[in-house]
Design a binder for this molecule. Structure first.
Ligand SMILES: [Fe+2]
Length: 288
């Protein structure tokens, strides 16, 4: 492998992976090297620019820890995370960002339970159903939910919040229904004190995300769904810094007057309410 030139190098690198036992690894590496090299040839990448890219990754590694991944954030602001979600969506509700603030072991909340507790903010009722791809209720589906508080921070970012604040797991009944009261979350900025922040500034971009709820919805026999639910009237709905918004994931807040529901949930009438139904795709396509 001597005397490679700018055109023969790519094939030499791809062939060097021919011994990989995993055919999928061979496929991914071959395509990655091919596109990466084409990119460098296309923009005529200079040694200084290559060094700036490496410095970006060094900086990202330095600022990354267990509760913050600058690499995930890089993928997010370049739209790669969103693209992977879009490619993986196969029937059912569209996928959207997991984000960095999901935590295992959220406390169980009964259907209709109160999540807002003593959080400041506008109390609202959130309800809907978990359905299969044919629109039938999915019994005993699990919702894993988390959201930011009104200050735009998750509990991991805010010493004033308890570790169980504004997150839960809920098991739907046979009717697939879920419901809970919470506070309307606020838009927030992704961290911009690291290299991604430098990139956003250099690109003339802001770091804001529209307010959202995070859900992972799962049930036996179905693909688990990681997604987000947004509010159509949010000022950042058309300029999410991580490209997570989909038209199908928008909700409209309505002003409801159901006195018995209000009493049941400790709300005053009229109360803000959103409905969102999730559709889970079957894990194995039905036969016949
Ligand atoms: Fe989030």
């Amino acid at each position: 492998m001597r005397n490679v030139d700018a055109n023969t190098l790519t094939n030499a690198v791809i062939r060097s992976f021919d011994g990989a036992a995993d055919p999928r690894l061979r496929e991914i590496i071959a395509s990655l090297v091919s596109h990466l090299h084409d990119f460098a040839r296309e923009v005529k990448l200079t040694p200084e620019e290559w060094q700036a890219g490496i410095a970006f990754m060094h900086h990202a590694a330095k600022i990354t820890n267990e509760s913050r991944s600058e690499f995930v954030l890089t993928s997010d602001v370049l739209g790669l995370s969103s693209l992977v979600d879009l490619i993986a969506s196969s029937g059912g509700t569209e996928r959207s960002a997991l984000g960095p603030f999901h935590a295992e072991g959220s406390p169980l909340l009964a259907v209709g339970g109160d999540l807002k507790k003593d959080n400041d903010g506008e109390a609202m009722l959130v309800q809907g159903r978990v359905l299969d791809s044919a629109g039938r209720p999915v019994a005993r589906a699990q919702l894993d939910f988390w959201q930011a508080a009104i200050n735009g921070k998750y509990w991991q970012q805010d010493p004033e919040q308890s570790p169980d604040n504004l997150r839960f797991r809920m098991i739907t009944g046979d009717d697939g229904e879920y419901a809970f009261t919470t506070v309307r979350p606020a838009p927030y900025t992704v961290p911009y004190d690291g290299p991604v922040g430098d990139l956003l500034r250099a690109g003339g971009r802001h770091a804001w995300r529209p307010a959202h709820f995070h859900f992972i919805v799962s049930a036996p026999g179905h693909h688990a769904l990681t997604t987000e639910v947004f509010f159509a009237d949010d000022p950042y709905i058309d300029e999410d810094a991580v490209f997570g918004v989909r038209e199908s994931l928008l909700t409209q807040i309505t002003s409801d007057n159901d006195a018995s529901l209000a009493q049941k949930h400790g709300l005053n009438t009229p109360y803000p309410s959103v409905r969102f139904d999730f559709r889970l795709a079957a894990a194995t396509p039905a036969r016949g």
